[in-house]
Design a protein around this ligand. Structure first.
Ligand SMILES: Cc1cc2nc3c(=O)[nH]c(=O)nc-3n(C[C@H](O)[C@H](O)[C@H](O)COP(=O)(O)O)c2cc1C
Length: 281
């Protein structure tokens, strides 16, 4: 095996464990980079390198955007404002301190933002009735998500690490007020970004095999049951390697689906969205 093929096989081993792996991968540097993703939750407090933020945002602005409407914004939070953000979110999660918010030099708040489109339509005497529908909310959320993922990939290519922070929605209205968001916008999620602390590394998490995720022409309804025990093995091995408690994946899924504690305040999101100007019809 050449060094290239060994490295690439190691990436597949980490992503799928001993489950069935795709045997016909077409490799290049970019694919390797994508497969090497892992969330980082241990950061050095060094500021982002000069130009890193702008580079990430240029990458974000290179993602597709529905109907070229650019219905997203991003607020880069650091310093005292980041401490306030941390203190808003900490009471909504079962931990006193959220190190990946505390330590990371910057938290990016990705905003689903139809405020500009609303203002432009109204400035021309129009009534932006299309924004009254659920689809407007979804469209802006998708735009923000695609932009953020491009930024994440860019950050990782610069040697930075990121973790997405859905927990920002636990206090959606308070976060919006903290950063002075206009009506018709909300923070879909945050993203802590910074230099990973090499002394506290994280690993590539195994994923379900493609047999469960990739459907051809029609959805295969029985795919999961055939493969779940193999995935549990990969999941257990990952947790053992990284010193995590030995819950099963199905237990974790069950808890997330059945415990209201998992919501951490997000059960109120619909009311907050309506208050923020999304009518969600
Ligand atoms: C939209 C979104 C929100 C997330 N929110 C959080 C969060 O609030 N806290 C956290 O620690 N990780 C969060 N994550 C990270 C996921 O837990 C992580 O991506 C997943 O476990 C897979 O691990 P990996 O990113 O290392 O592959 C979030 C991920 C996404 C996509």
């Amino acid at each position: 095996m050449t060094a290239n093929s060994e490295r690439r096989q190691a990436l597949l081993d980490q992503r799928y464990g001993k489950q069935i792996q795709p045997g016909n991968m077409i490799w290049n540097d970019q694919i390797e980079h994508l497969l090497n993703h892992r969330s980082v939750r241990a950061f050095l407090s060094d500021p982002l390198p000069e130009g890193a933020l702008e580079t990430m945002i240029a990458a974000a602005q290179s993602a597709s955007t529905s109907s070229a409407q650019h219905q997203w914004s991003v607020v880069a939070v650091s310093g005292e404002q980041k401490t306030k953000l941390h203190d808003l979110i900490a009471p909504t999660v079962p931990m006193d301190r959220i190190p990946w918010i505390d330590d990371a030099p910057t938290v990016l708040l990705w905003v689903a933002d139809i405020s500009r489109s609303t203002a432009i339509a109204e400035a021309q005497g129009g009534d932006p009735i299309v924004h009254n529908y659920l689809d407007a909310f979804l469209l802006a959320s998708i735009d923000a998500s695609l932009a953020a993922q491009n930024a994440a990939v860019a950050a990782e290519s610069l040697g930075l690490g990121v973790v997405f922070l859905g927990m920002m929605r636990n206090a959606a209205q308070e976060v919006a007020e903290l950063i002075d968001l206009p009506q018709s916008s909300f923070v879909t999620f945050g993203m802590a970004v910074g230099r990973p602390d090499a002394k506290r590394p994280s690993g590539v998490r195994p994923q379900l095999p493609q047999e469960v995720i990739l459907h051809r022409n029609r959805y295969q309804h029985d795919g999961l049951q055939d493969h779940v025990s193999g995935y549990e093995d990969a999941y257990r091995d990952f947790r053992e390697t990284w010193g995590m408690d030995n819950n099963t994946w199905q237990d974790a899924v069950h808890r997330s689906a059945t415990s209201m504690a998992y919501m951490g305040g997000r059960e109120n999101l619909r009311d907050t969205m309506v208050k923020r100007g999304f009518k969600l019809r």
